[in-house]
Each structure stands twice: as structure tokens, then as C-alpha cells.
Design a protein around this ligand. Structure first.
Ligand code: FES
Length: 216
């Protein structure tokens, strides 16, 4: 009764079939590597108790990704999408380190903090109905990450991210707001909200107006 699904998979690998392939690392909902479909829903298997599922339960590889082997999926395209939105602080000019840190207020932090809690577990990609039909869609986690940096008071890279998140194919406009991504997020990030906010700001930016951070 105390086993999580990951315990069951590890038991199978240790005691029944050593050829079983699956990913995991931290076993405490932090690393994000143990995501799989559990009875059809994307879950962190270290965070899903066997007792909560009918017997027998069904575990399968994350949807919307190519399968490498058994329960291991190919993440290259996800990594490419993440890096495509330039998820780092971009500054027009660095100030001299002797002048001290870039200070932020608690209000500045509140603008992006929830989006920084993403652990790249890819559950939102497995849940996304748009990605199921359009593999080019940049996807919820990458858009939430772009939004996170756009909202950061230290960042000046919004214009550089504009073309990526607004591309006709694969950009924010492909999202149909099914909200499945936010439903499955184990860290309570709200990528669906980030996508809708990016749509709003993109529409305004398209008119040549760049809203101040925190105004969207
Ligand atoms: Fe790290 Fe599940 S093993 S999140």
C-alpha cells in the first residue's frame, strides 16, 4: 500500500525483468525524470501511489514523444524547444560588478516566480492536445519559460524572444487553451496562463508597443 508506481517499476526491474528500461533519479518529485503515463494520465511515477489506481494499472511511455525503449522517451526536440526561447537573462549592457547586484523587490519576484518552479518533467507536453497533432508547437513549458524571463526585471530580451514565440507555425497562436498542461503540472506552474498572457502581449507588441514589465 505504500509503494509508488516507481517502486513497482524498480521491483519489476530488480526481481522480474532486468531488461525493463525507465528513467528516474531523485525519487522525491524534484528531478522531473520519472514522468510516464499512468492509466493514461501524465504523472511523476515517484508521486503516484499504486493504491490509487485500479489493479492492474497500466504504465506507458509519455505521450507525444518518440519512444527510445520501453518507458524511455526521446527528449531532444523538447530540449531544442526550451533553448530556442533563450531562457537566460539577456541584458543590453552589463553593469560593472563593483556596482553591486541587480536588486529586485518582492513584487518584481512575484511576477515570474511561479514560472521558475518548472522542473522540465515534460508532463505538460504529454498532456497537450495541440502537440499531439502539431509536433512543431514550441509547447507549454518553453513558452512559460520565455514568459518567466520576459517578466524578470533584470532581463531585456523580450524583443529577441518575440519571433520565436510568435512564429506562424509552432508559436503561441497554435495553443487552443485546453488547459491540460496546467492540470497535470506537479509543481503548480500555470503554463496555460503564460501562453494566454504571451498571446496578449504579442498582439500589443505586433502594433509596435512594448508594455512595461508587470503590466500584463
Ligand atoms: Fe525525480 Fe520522480 S524520480 S521526480
Amino acid at each position: 500500500p505504500d509503494w509508488v508506481v516507481l517502486d513497482a517499476l524498480n521491483y519489476i526491474k530488480d526481481e522480474i525483468d532486468p531488461t525493463l528500461s525507465h528513467r528516474w533519479s531523485c525519487r522525491m518529485g524534484v528531478c522531473g525524470s520519472c514522468g510516464m503515463m499512468v492509466n493514461g494520465t501524465p504523472m511523476l511515477t515517484c508521486n503516484a501511489f499504486v493504491r490509487d489506481y485500479p489493479d492492474p494499472g497500466r504504465v506507458s511511455p509519455l505521450a507525444n514523444f518518440p519512444i527510445v525503449r520501453d518507458l524511455v522517451v526521446e527528449l531532444d526536440s523538447f530540449m531544442d524547444k526550451l533553448s530556442s526561447v533563450k531562457p537566460w537573462i539577456i541584458r543590453k549592457a552589463e553593469k560593472d560588478p563593483s556596482l553591486g547586484e541587480y536588486l529586485q523587490s518582492p513584487e518584481d519576484l512575484d511576477l515570474f516566480k511561479q514560472y521558475s518552479m518548472c522542473i522540465n518533467c515534460t508532463l505538460c507536453y504529454a498532456a497537450c492536445p495541440v502537440l499531439a497533432h502539431d509536433p512543431e508547437f514550441v509547447g507549454p513549458a518553453a513558452i512559460a519559460l520565455a514568459h518567466r524571463y520576459n517578466q524578470d526585471s533584470r532581463d531585456a530580451g523580450e524583443a529577441e524572444r518575440f519571433d520565436i514565440v510568435n512564429s506562424g507555425e509552432g508559436g503561441v497562436w497554435a495553443c487552443s487553451y485546453a488547459n491540460e498542461c496546467s492540470e497535470v503540472c506537479p509543481k503548480h506552474v500555470d503554463p496555460a496562463q503564460a501562453v494566454q498572457r504571451m498571446k496578449l502581449t504579442s498582439a500589443v507588441q505586433w502594433l509596435g508597443v512594448w508594455p512595461k514589465k508587470g503590466s500584463k
